[in-house]
Design a protein around this ligand. Structure first.
Ligand code: ADP
Ligand code: MG
Length: 696
């Protein structure tokens, strides 16, 4: 009896032997529902049980297969059972096996003279090399065949043994040999890259041959692995292109502008735009004049002057009769925008509105009415702008600052605000998180990219020093001198154990101590639990020069702009990542005087922390720091994907596989043009249900 010819993507795992409802549910937890899903669940490492190793040549840390004869057994049953078994082999070497859980039968099987075959990790014990709880079998008459293949180890979940994975993938591989798996990528793409076919790659990864180089395999560098990573990158590109194409079918209001307001703002500025600012302003101006919604990512290091670019874009939209929404991730940053925009726009007769979570009741109702009537031309705020009751009369441009704090879905949700059935507002997304270009192309393939790659003139690089906290008093003296000299300083207390409450307490305590030690210094405190008007008052006073020293938690990370502040102390900088340190440090160095940053660390430093502080001291540009950061950590961590819900990859790693990214983009172009029928199956295979999530 033969089954009708069916693709493996349509055969559910419950059709495999040994898969009942319980196993099926466990597999589903890992996103595995079909035989195809199972084939794409590839091992993350391999064991070599094909060779026996002599006991005399073992080293700690290795996972090995060994055989030996029991020389001696020692141990007791009882409340804390412990069994020691000494093995010896013909090489003259010995090994101690330790068991902590064992039964009577097991113990009785371990008799001097019995031969054992064991697999496990070799460790250095107090007296000799040891294996703790190895997998073992008793060799009855000596001649048991060795494995003929490397043993795959699968990422697993509770209740699924490696032996089950092997049994399941055995069946899946048999089915793969008999029935076709859709070959996602055309041969003309694969051939020049020297990558194997999908079937060959899968067979190799699940059941590598004896001569496979294990390190290449488990680190993802082998062509078989790269084949899958490449296909995933292509699928990801296709998905984002599809998103983009869908946007292209939507109309946006043409916001060509008149130049009237923009000219007046430019004339009022005490400085000229940098060439880089001019370039991106022009790129945005062109986009806004089109009938298709702009989807542009504006990258620029801290202090590069993104806010002004945003203001000019906003004015172009307002000149054209549209409303503008400007969203920031925190209230503090949003306040900062408000101050900047009020200073620039109020003289032009544009009165910005401000809408954040704390606006309630009548105040909120009045704001909403102004937005709905279209009287409010520019509305600034936080997540509060997302809410359903916020209705715009004619939203034409959405600007999002510090995009990395928001997820893809949030970005799309705000866009949906101004959308009719067939229309959507323009979108400008700004970020100071420098994302290396290759990574940006992977993660934001649905966006155009503008980069401000130049800082305004007259900025002097910040001098950064690392000082152990045993020299805290010297640092305090330094703060006193700076303040006496008429300058201002930040003292940043960093996160303790992920607890905002503790962090705030630490900041309060530090502020109290510093106030004692620096009685002549005017000191202010801001942290996450000081809210609203109180915080605004402190920030305002610091910005106005009425406070000399601002003690703060990392809430000041983004946006705060006080040019006279030229000294920053960061306590326990070893707790922070490079990107965050760079963002914090960017709060100083905004004026013309030489700025300093002191990293007041708590010794001893771990090697990784030492390396991070070294990089932050020597590197100035955010892009350089981001590249180094990428080398030290994964892409996910750099972008904070876990918090933001940005894209997760199954096999690919955009950092490790950077070399494949450009090829994946070309492949996506070619597939869309010449093999449009392959797009949907590829996206379905790799993103499946997740694409639905991304395109909400
Ligand atoms: P970021 O890109 O980090 O958001 P900001 O927009 O806050 O940077 O700009 C930092 C500071 O630089 C602000 O005080 C801003 O007024 C100033 N600035 C912006 N553009 C220029 C320029 N072309 N020349 C001089 N100063 C500028
Ligand atoms: Mg900014």
């Amino acid at each position: 009896m033969s089954r009708p010819q069916q693709g493996l993507d349509c055969i559910g795992v419950e059709q495999l032997q040994r898969v009942g409802p319980r196993i099926a549910a466990r597999l589903a937890k890992l996103g595995i529902r079909t035989v195809q899903d199972l084939l794409f669940h590839v091992p993350h490492r391999y064991q070599d049980r094909t060779r026996r190793r002599a006991l005399s040549e073992l080293a700690p840390g290795e996972e090995v297969l060994i055989e030996g004869e029991i020389e001696r057994v020692e141990g007791a049953l009882g409340r804390r059972p412990s069994l020691k078994v000494w093995l010896r082999d013909s090489s003259g070497g010995g090994l101690l096996l330790r068991f902590f859980h064992y039964g009577r039968a097991q113990r009785e099987a371990f008799q001097p003279g019995v031969r054992l075959r064991c697999y496990g990790e070799v460790r250095q014990g107090p007296a000799s090399l040891e294996m703790v709880h190895p997998e073992y079998r008793v060799l009855m008459d000596g001649l048991a065949p060795l494995e003929q293949r490397l043993t795959p180890i699968y990422p697993s979940t509770e209740g699924l043994q490696q032996s089950s994975w092997r049994a399941l993938t055995d069946q899946a591989l048999t089915m793969l040999a008999a029935s076709p798996l859709h070959e996602g990528l055309p041969a003309e793409i694969l051939r020049p890259l020297g990558l194997p076919s999908l079937r060959d790659a899968l067979v190799y990864l699940h059941r590598p041959p004896l001569d496979a180089v294990l390190v290449d395999l488990s680190e993802g560098r082998h062509p078989a692995f790269q084949r899958l990573a490449f296909e995933e990158l292509v699928a990801h590109q296709l998905s984002l292109r599809r998103l983009r194409l869908a946007q292209q079918c939507v109309v946006a209001p043409v916001l060509a502008g008149t130049g009237a307001l923009q000219q007046r703002l430019r004339a009022a500025l005490p400085f000229r735009l940098t060439a880089a600012q001019e370039r991106v302003v022009a790129e945005i101006a062109t986009d806004l004049g089109r009938t298709r919604p702009m989807q542009r990512l504006l990258q620029g290091d801290v202090g590069a002057g993104k806010t002004l670019v945003a203001a000019l874009a906003a004015l172009q939209a307002i000149e054209s009769g549209a409303q503008v929404a400007l969203m920031a991730p925190t209230e503090l940053l949003s306040e900062q925008h408000r101050r900047g925009f009020e200073m620039w726009l109020t003289p032009l007769g544009v009165e910005p509105l401000w809408l954040v979570g704390r606006h309630k009741g009548r105040e909120r109702a009045a704001l909403l009415e102004a937005v709905a009537s279209g009287r409010g031309r520019l509305v600034m705020g936080t997540h509060a702008l997302f809410q359903d009751d916020v209705v715009f009369a004619s939203l034409g441009l959405v600007i999002i600052d510090e995009q990395h704090r928001f997820g893809v879905h949030q970005r799309l949700r705000l866009r949906a605000k101004g959308s009719g059935a067939n229309s959507a507002p323009h979108q400008l997304i700004m970020t100071a998180t420098p994302i290396p270009r290759s990574l940006a192309m992977t993660l934001y393939a649905d966006l155009d990219l503008s980069v401000i790659d130049e800082l305004p003139p007259g900025r002097t690089p910040i001098v950064t020093a690392a000082v152990p906290d045993t020299r805290r008093d010297e640092v305090i003296t330094r703060v006193r001198r700076a303040c006496e000299g008429g300058r201002q300083a930040y003292w940043v207390c960093t996160l303790i154990e992920e607890s905002e409450v503790l962090e705030c307490q630490a900041a309060e305590e530090t502020a109290r101590q510093l106030a004692e030690q620096l009685p002549e210094v005017r000191l202010g405190l801001v942290h996450g639990r000081i809210k609203g008007p109180e915080r605004e008052a402190v920030m305002g006073a610091f910005a106005a020069g009425e406070l000399d020293l601002l003690v703060a938690t990392t809430v000041i990370e983004v946006g705060v702009d006080v040019p006279n502040a030229s000294l920053m102390i960061i306590e326990n900088p070893e707790r922070l990542g490079l990107a965050q340190l760079h963002q914090l440090r960017g709060r100083v160095g905004r004026g013309s005087v030489q700025s300093h940053c002191v990293l007041l660390f708590h010794p001893p430093l771990s090697p990784a922390a030492r390396a991070r502080l070294g990089i932050i001291r020597s590197a100035e540009s955010g892009f350089e720091i981001a590249e180094r950061d990428l080398e030290m950590r994964g892409a996910g961590e750099v972008l904070g994907t876990r918090q933001t819900g940005a894209i997760q990859f199954r096999v690919a790693d955009p950092v490790r596989d950077q070399a494949l990214v450009a090829a994946a983009q070309q492949a996506a172009d070619l597939i869309i043009e010449q093999h449009p029928d392959r797009v949907a199956p590829l996206v379905q295979r790799w993103l499946g249900r997740r694409e639905h999530f991304i395109s909400v």
